[in-house]
Design a protein around this ligand. Structure first.
Ligand code: SAH
Length: 249
């Protein structure tokens, strides 16, 4: 289990820099010197000292730390947008979720940390493989990945939440309507407004879908350093728009 690629420990420098240790059988090198391998198994919160005398802290990773280190193949959905999906739909340990396309599996994995089960569809085999590795790294057992085109249909029934991060989400609406339970949600994430427009136009043809809202989440991070308390100069740019719908009949 020493070299399975998952994060085993996290070393945090005085300035808050984090180093993710994946292999406990070797000394760990940082720009502040190296930490001897014997130190890597110290208890959480311990102070570890590098060979050049730099003092750092060591902790064990939680889900979010391991999640941050997953492999990214296509662009993933940022945390701020995933949080909104969870908050607006109330997805929880009783929920069956269908997701497409899987991409790196970021959203699928994040949702699996809350839901009963997540089934995710990916048309490309290379991304399907990347996502499968990520699921393994995170040790999630409630995700099923399918190397399938979601436009050809969704196998699941009585689904509580369907999430789309697809170039042409409107092509998946018919399948989604059959899979979703009454009261269930569809959330479509799209980077551009023409996609939002085409999705909305197609959804309007299905009278059982109620449009709840379309939002863009803007996160502004602040620097907090003594009296220098101000928005950070470098902002995260645009990610995508989230459109929320509910099946009501
Ligand atoms: N939400 C993902 C990123 C998805 S990127 C994450 O958080 O990691 C969009 C993905 O949709 C790409 O991997 C693309 O290959 C896949 N895709 C595009 N069309 C598809 C289709 N018809 N069926 C299934 N997957 C599709």
């Amino acid at each position: 289990m020493e070299k399975d690629g998952s994060v085993k420990r996290i070393i945090i420098s005085k300035e808050g820099r984090k180093f993710y240790v994946k292999d406990l059988s070797q000394d760990y090198h940082t720009q502040f010197g190296f930490i001897r391998k014997e130190e890597l198994s110290r208890e959480d919160g311990s102070e570890v000292v590098s060979n050049i005398g730099e003092k750092m802290r060591i902790i064990s990773p939680s889900f979010i730390d391991r999640y941050r280190k997953i492999r990214r193949a296509p662009q993933i959905i940022p945390l701020k947008d995933m949080a909104a999906i969870i908050a607006e739909t109330g997805v929880n340990r009783d929920s069956l979720v269908v997701d497409a396309g899987t991409g790196s599996g970021a959203l699928a994995c994040f949702l699996a940390n809350y839901a009963k089960k997540v089934v995710s569809y990916e048309v490309r085999e290379d991304f399907f493989r990347v996502a499968s590795e990520n699921v393994k790294l995170l040790g999630l057992s409630n995700i099923e990945l399918k190397n399938k085109n979601v436009y050809d249909g969704i196998d699941e029934k009585d689904v509580d939440l369907i999430t789309f991060d697809l170039p042409e989400p409107w092509l998946a609406i018919k399948s989604a309507e059959q899979a979703l339970k009454i009261g269930g949600f569809i959330v479509s994430y799209s980077p551009t407004i023409p996609q939002v427009m085409d999705f909305s136009a197609e959804m309007k043809k299905h009278s059982c879908f109620q449009h709840i809202k379309t939002i863009e989440i803007i996160e502004r991070q602040w620097e907090v350093e003594e009296r220098k308390v101000r928005p950070k100069s470098q902002e995260i740019g645009h990610s995508g728009f989230l459109s929320f719908y509910r099946r009501i009949c």
